[in-house]
Design a protein around this ligand. Structure first.
Ligand code: SF4
Length: 488
């Protein structure tokens, strides 16, 4: 007996389980799969509905015998040795925890430093025109509902997967296998279960915009408290975001990022996840800057981006900015680096594009084994893998660098959204993040060219803006980790 095997096993908190209904294309029946995604390693493990019945009974309060009995009550029958063998496999893969681990309390808002009165600062000049094509409801690995949101959804659309009768037919725990605050909705061929065939949200149709979960209602806004302001920006992960940025002057008004009257953090819905910018941030290898220094730098960078001349290559500008910071830290002049960037050396970006291709290709092969052929996530990952495949050749990278951007306006908007929302600060140091984002711009240009070779019936409305597709797939499906795999 493995002495480290948990006495009362449960799925580890770093493992998220998602239920997928996948059309087989044979007779129209859908297969039910549960995919376990280990967020710490990126590993995916597929289990059937019956195995999930066993895991659902493993909530950290039962030993293996208790799990056999609890699962049998829910109709998932298994013999003890078979159950032990299944759980030992999960334990060997690092996917189990022991016992009930208390839910982490959300970090309290720092009232003592005046956080509640902190002014909000939305990305200037942006309003969203949603095209209603439901692209954002078809690309993400999960959509989280708070308990009251899940209950309301089941009441408003009870026939969706029979969720009106039983919560677990349409929702799973947000993470692990024990009870959690949030619940994630089942995916049907990659679509949120509540996305109607018309492309409209069934909850919105039945109960108005307020019936949607908060995450959907606030998408694509991002919220970061930097100690001076709450910066409200956008995730450039939906074709509508770039379509809105491309054509900001329309006859009908677009949706503002913040409702009228939301001028300070205390006016925001308390359930909105406001990210606190850490007190110190990684700038370059071995270089750290204070939060105040980062905020001051971002102001200079935004001014320089606003003044950037038409025709400047944004990818080259981001790389030049990284080089300037490598040399002189955040004190490096921003405007000259952005305004007159030298050409990009192929040898600098080739390792990024090669790493992105490796990650996308590996994921595309896995996806092909279980996702439905028209699942947008499967299509998008395959497109990115195919678009970046030729870029392992130095000549192809040089040709990509020699071509003009598809839209400087979109790329410039992307850079402004990143800087305004402090989105360049996360797992990577700033200089690596700048090079990573430049590589994404180049990958999106290659994706644009690849999509142009596809037939009309192979495309999707989401492919209108390849940069948004690259962004959605990288963050939503764990491919952003590619940048940590670039040899230094
Ligand atoms: S709940 Fe509605 S808006 Fe949210 S992902 Fe599902 S279909 Fe889209």
């Amino acid at each position: 007996v493995d002495p480290t095997f948990p006495a009362r096993p449960k799925l580890a908190a770093h493992v998220v389980a998602r239920r997928h209904l996948v059309s087989t294309g044979e007779g129209g029946d859908a297969v039910t799969l549960v995919v376990l995604h280990d967020l710490s390693t990126g590993a995916l493990v597929q289990v059937g509905a019956r195995e999930w019945g066993l895991l659902a009974a493993a909530d950290g309060t039962r030993d293996l015998d208790g799990i056999v009995l609890a699962a049998a009550r829910e109709g998932a029958h298994v013999r003890g040795p078979a159950l032990a063998a299944f759980f030992e496999q999960l334990h060997a893969a690092g996917m189990l925890d022991d016992g009930v681990i208390p839910e982490r309390e959300p970090a309290p808002a720092a009232d003592d430093d005046g956080a509640a009165d902190r002014p909000t600062e939305p990305l200037p000049g942006f309003a969203l025109w949603c095209d209603g094509a439901g692209s954002c409801c078809r690309i993400y690995a999960s959509v989280v509902f708070a308990p009251v949101e899940a209950a309301r959804a089941r009441a408003l659309a009870p026939r969706v997967l029979g969720g009106g009768d039983r919560h677990e037919r349409v929702f799973m725990p947000e993470h692990g296998s024990g009870p959690t605050g949030g619940a994630v909705v089942t995916s049907c061929d990659g679509r949120c279960a509540y996305l109607a065939e018309t492309g409209r949200c069934a909850l919105h149709e039945a109960g108005g915009a307020a019936a949607k979960p908060l995450g959907c209602a606030t998408f694509p806004a991002t919220f970061v408290d930097d100690g001076q302001r709450v910066r409200v920006s956008v995730a450039v992960e939906c074709a509508c975001v770039l379509a809105s940025a491309e054509r900001p002057d329309r006859d009908t008004p677009g949706a503002a990022l913040l409702p009228e009257g939301v001028r300070a953090r205390r006016h925001l819905d308390p359930a909105i996840a406001v990210v606190e910018l850490p007190s110190h941030l990684g700038i370059a290898p071995g270089v750290v800057a204070s939060r105040a220094e980062v905020v001051a730098w971002s102001r200079r960078a935004l001014t320089a981006l606003d003044e950037l001349a038409t025709g400047v290559d944004v990818a080259a500008a981001l790389i030049a900015l990284a080089a300037a910071i490598d040399g002189a830290g955040l004190d490096a002049p921003v405007a000259p680096a952005l305004a007159e960037p030298p050409g990009i050396a192929p040898s600098l970006v080739a390792p990024y594009l090669a790493a992105l291709h490796r990650h996308a290709e590996a994921r595309a092969r896995k996806d092909a084994s279980w996702r439905a052929p028209r699942d947008l996530a499967r299509l998008a990952v395959r497109w990115i893998a195919d678009a970046t495949a030729p870029l392992v050749d130095a000549g192809a990278v040089a040709r990509l660098l020699a071509r003009s951007p598809v839209s400087q306006r979109s790329e410039l908007f992307y850079a402004r959204a990143l800087v305004h929302g402090h989105q360049l600060f996360g797992a990577l140091e700033l200089t690596t993040a700048l090079r990573d984002r430049a590589a994404r711009l180049l990958a999106a240009r290659a994706l644009h060219d690849h999509l142009a070779t596809l037939g009309a019936d192979e495309k999707d409305p989401a492919s209108e803006h390849p940069l948004a597709l690259v962004e959605a797939v990288l963050r939503g499906h764990g491919l952003a980790a590619y940048a940590e795999d670039v040899p230094v």
